[in-house]
Each structure stands twice: as structure tokens, then as C-alpha cells.
Write a protein that binds this ligand. Structure first.
Ligand code: 5AD
Ligand code: SF4
Length: 494
């Protein structure tokens, strides 16, 4: 009988990928996140034999949120123990990496602490924890090393389908050391996986039903992996290799650094149809002074050059970004420069944050911290402009026809939801016949294969296998956009 595994994932897509991979590591030991019918909501922290909190350290009070979750799970754990059942509690991810010893000290209910680079060792760590428990001691197992053996070599192949839109980590860590950021400390030095290994994983994801793959890395376009001939290959070249996989329809990548945008990557946007016209390119601030204090290693000119390069390759490219307001020393003039940049560049969506000090990072020790009210005011002004741009971008989609990758049933009856090429959420109400019909045409348009008869032979099997009723429909279909809101589009299938 399988043992119940419950994983709570905080934070970014890299953590989603890691949680999936932890599941792969644990499956041979009999742990599963779903019941026999594949129903993942059957597992709850209440009935789990093993609970993993896969934590994120990027947001303010991240650690506090983890401690309060640990507190809630401790009660469930004690309840299970009173019934003679086991529960092992694992804290993984970036908070574990940054504060492992502190977690061990403050939270006796935690059995195992492990960082993002050691989760392939979960089986040994579980073994150790069990041995401790068998000796009547509370397990206190911790592994937050940056081991020499690459984690990826030790991970098993994926054990279950990741659905129509899958993530694939190709690069980890960061050598840039922006002064506000914890990533270089929690994820460690930059590391790129080998091309063949990535290709093999991508092939398995496609065989498991993925129509889209998002290549992930903290600094994804700093990718420099080895190919089979021992040559170092950049992200542009890698995307071409992955795009050649039969059946893969879409490729995305995130998160990029402006300095690592090169012509090779831009060219991919011009001539690889599978590469989606959307790039997340954080700029953080529009002021060169602040960028220098942030140690971003690029100025505004460099950022605009990177944007130009990408937009010259693909005129309709949608751009997203991250912003921090109220970084130490940010004056009204610096902030105005950010507003100017936003108006000049134009973003289809963006994430913006008030600066908040992370212990151990250089900016946390800077003296000229900005008062809270100024941060709040600036954030409100920036977000008003970004929201305005996002709505304008969405409204400009009305009347257009675009291939949408439908990933799941929507909230309303008969509704299916997915993403446009530009990463907008799209909802349509559809019948099964609608979906089947327009999938075939969507495939042809998405690939641009110019087949006038409208039937792509390689795809016929894939769509019939996918359609077992509208609620289960996944795949690419062309939708006409009929209305737009700030966060999503409504469409109808063509
Ligand atoms: N304060 C505020 N925002 C931060 N980010 C990272 N560190 C901090 C911090 N200390 C934001 C950056 C980054 C995004 C993932 O989170 O904008 O790009
Ligand atoms: Fe953090 Fe800067 Fe590296 Fe991005 S580039 S992960 S913000 S240190």
C-alpha cells in the first residue's frame, strides 16, 4: 500500500519543479502525492505519513510563515502519534538552506531539514530519521550542504506526467550577487545541466503529454551547458535543440538577466516558432545610481539594448519585469527614473515589491534605508502605471485570434482555461466538438507549417487521446478574444 505524501510548495516555479522531483525520489519508497485514481487532493497534512514544506526565502517574513505552518502541522503530527501512526515532517527549500540550524533549534517537531541541493539524498535522510526514532530518540537530521556530486545525476527519471505545461530546470544558482538578494546564498553558485540530459528529460515530458516546456533557472540565460562534443552551449542553442523534439509545441524560459541577453537568444525569437513571444526580464529600478548600489552589473542603457534586441527579433514580444521600490538610498528622482523607464519600455505584466532587508545580504546593512511611507507611496504609483499597461495590453488583444494552450477546466461549467502565447490567462466556454475541431487548426497555426488542408497527421492521435469530455480537454486550440479584464481574457474557440 502506498504511503501518503503531502508537499506544500511555496514560492517560485523552481520550487514547483523541485517538489515534483522530490516526489520522483520518494516514489520508489512507496510514497505518493495522489491516491490510486491519481487524485492529488486526496492527500492532506492530516492523513499524510510524510509532510514536506518546500520553502521560499524571497519574500518578507518568509521564515515566520514557515514557523507558523510548522506549528499547525505539529498538532496534526501529535494527533497521529496519539493514534499510533507515523508522520515525518521535512522542511526543504531556501528557508531550510538559510536557517536550517535555527529551524532545528526552534521547532522540535521537524525531523529533517534539507536544502535545495540535497533533496536527492531524501531516502538516506529518511532512513537516518527512522533509525533515530527506532532508538527512541526524536530524529534531528539536517543536510544543507552544497555537495560536489551534482544532484541532477542522482535524481531518477520522472515518475509521472507533468501535464500539458511542464517545468524543466536547466540551470541553478547565481553568481551575480545583487545586494538585496538571498539566492546566491540559498541556491549556491551557478550550475548548468548538460544538453543531452535536458533533452532526454524534455523528451520524457513530451511523451508524458507536455505540449509546453518552461526552461527554468534563477539566471536562465546565463545557461552554459556542455553538449555531447564537450562544447559549451548557450540558451539560444539549447532552445533550438529542445524545439526540435517531435510533439513539443511551445517553449518558454525564465528568469533572464539583462546582461546575459545575446543575439543568439534574440534570433531564436525570430526563427523558432515554438519559442513563445514573452520574456520575463527583471530590471528592478530605472535609476543607474540604484542599479549600481544593487550591484546589478547593468545600467539602463544595457537594459534598453537587451529589450531592443529582443523586440527587433520579434516585434510583438510581450515583456514582463520585476521592480523593487525603496531600495536604500532611492530618492524621489531615482524613483521618477523608474516611472520614466516603465512608460518608455511598456510591460504586458510585472511584479513589484517594496524593498525589504534580507539578513546577511549587503543591502540589509546599508544605512540610508527608505521610510516605510515613501515605499508604500512609490509602490502604489508604480503599480497603478503597471496595471494600466497590463489592461491596455489585454484590451489590445480583443478581436485577435490566437493559439491558446488549454491546461485545465475553468471555474465555471464548461469552461476551459489556458495561456495565450503572451502568457495571458484565457478562459473559454467550449463543447468537446468545438475543442477537437479547433485543436487541429490551432496546431497548424501554432507551428506555422502551412498545411492548407488543416490536418496535422502527427497530432491527430494526441488530441483524440486528450479529449474525453470538455472538462478534460488540454492542448492548443485557436481562440478569438472577445473581451479583456486586468488579469485575463475571455475568448471563444474558432
Ligand atoms: N526585497 C524586495 N524584493 C526582493 N526581490 C528579491 N529580493 C528582494 C528584497 N530583499 C524581488 C526581486 C526579484 C524577485 C524575484 O523578488 O525583484 O527579481
Ligand atoms: Fe538574485 Fe540578482 Fe542573482 Fe537574480 S541576478 S538571483 S536578483 S542575485
Amino acid at each position: 500500500m502506498s504511503k501518503k505524501l503531502y508537499i506544500k510548495t511555496y514560492g517560485c516555479q523552481m520550487n514547483v519543479y523541485d517538489s515534483n522531483r522530490m516526489e520522483d525520489v520518494l516514489r520508489p519508497l512507496g510514497y505518493a502525492t495522489s491516491d490510486a485514481d491519481g487524485n492529488t487532493s486526496a492527500n492532506t497534512p492530516e492523513n499524510a505519513d510524510l509532510v514536506i514544506l518546500n520553502t521560499c526565502h524571497i519574500r518578507e517574513k518568509a521564515a515566520e510563515k514557515v514557523y507558523s505552518d510548522i506549528g499547525r502541522i505539529r498538532i496534526l503530527k501529535e494527533r497521529r502519534q496519539a493514534e499510533g501512526k507515523e508522520m515525518i515532517l521535512v522542511v526543504a527549500g531556501c528557508v531550510a538552506q538559510a536557517e536550517g540550524a535555527e529551524i532545528m533549534r526552534r521547532a522540535p517537531a521537524v525531523d529533517i531539514v534539507l536544502g535545495p541541493q540535497t533533496y536527492h539524498r531524501l531516502p538516506e535522510l529518511l532512513e537516518k530519521a527512522r533509525a533515530e526514532r527506532a532508538r527512541g530518540r526524536a530524529p534531528r537530521v539536517m543536510d544543507t550542504e552544497f555537495p560536489a556530486e551534482p544532484k541532477f545525476d542522482a535524481l531518477p527519471a520522472e515518475t509521472r506526467s507533468r501535464g500539458p505545461a511542464a517545468f524543466l530546470t536547466i540551470q541553478e544558482g547565481c553568481d551575480k550577487f545583487c545586494t538585496f538578494c538571498v539566492v546566491p546564498y540559498t541556491r549556491g553558485a551557478e550550475f548548468s545541466r548538460r544538453v543531452e540530459e535536458i533533452e532526454a528529460e524534455a523528451r520524457r515530458l513530451v511523451a508524458g503529454g507536455a505540449a509546453e516546456i518552461t526552461l527554468l533557472g534563477q539566471n536562465v540565460n546565463a545557461y552554459h551547458g556542455l553538449d555531447e562534443s564537450g562544447k559549451t552551449v548557450g540558451l539560444g542553442r539549447l532552445i533550438r535543440r529542445v524545439a526540435a523534439i517531435e510533439g513539443l509545441q511551445r517553449i518558454r524560459y525564465t528568469t533572464s538577466h539583462p546582461l546575459d541577453v545575446d543575439q543568439e537568444l534574440a534570433d531564436v525569437h525570430a526563427d523558432v516558432a515554438e519559442c513563445m513571444p514573452y520574456v520575463h526580464l527583471p530590471v528592478q529600478s530605472g535609476s543607474d545610481n540604484i542599479l549600481r548600489a544593487m550591484n546589478r552589473r547593468h545600467g539602463i542603457d544595457d537594459y534598453c539594448r537587451a529589450v531592443d534586441m529582443l523586440r527587433r527579433a520579434r516585434a510583438d514580444l510581450a515583456l514582463s519585469s520585476d521592480f523593487i521600490v525603496g531600495f536604500p538610498g532611492e530618492s524621489d528622482t531615482d524613483f521618477e527614473a523608474t516611472m520614466r523607464l516603465v512608460r518608455e519600455v511598456g510591460f504586458s505584466q510585472a511584479y513589484s515589491f517594496k524593498y525589504s532587508p534580507r539578513p546577511g545580504t549587503p543591502a540589509a546593512a546599508m544605512e540610508n534605508q527608505v521610510p516605510e511611507e515613501a515605499k508604500a507611496e512609490r509602490l502604489a504609483e508604480l503599480q497603478a502605471e503597471l496595471n494600466r499597461q497590463q489592461l491596455a495590453f489585454n484590451e489590445a488583444s480583443v478581436g485577435r485570434q490566437m493559439p491558446v494552450l488549454f491546461e485545465r477546466a475553468g471555474r465555471e461549467a464548461g469552461q476551459i482555461s489556458g495561456r495565450s502565447p503572451y502568457m495571458q490567462a484565457v478562459h473559454v466556454i467550449a463543447t468537446a466538438a468545438d475543442a477537437a475541431d479547433s485543436t487541429i487548426r490551432g496546431e497548424n497555426k501554432a507551428r506555422g507549417n502551412g498545411n492548407p488542408d488543416g490536418v496535422a497527421p502527427a497530432y491527430t492521435g494526441a488530441y483524440t487521446a486528450n479529449i474525453t469530455g470538455v472538462a478534460n480537454f488540454t492542448g492548443v486550440a485557436v481562440a478569438e478574444i472577445i473581451s479583456a479584464g486586468p488579469n485575463s481574457l475571455q475568448g471563444r474557440l474558432l
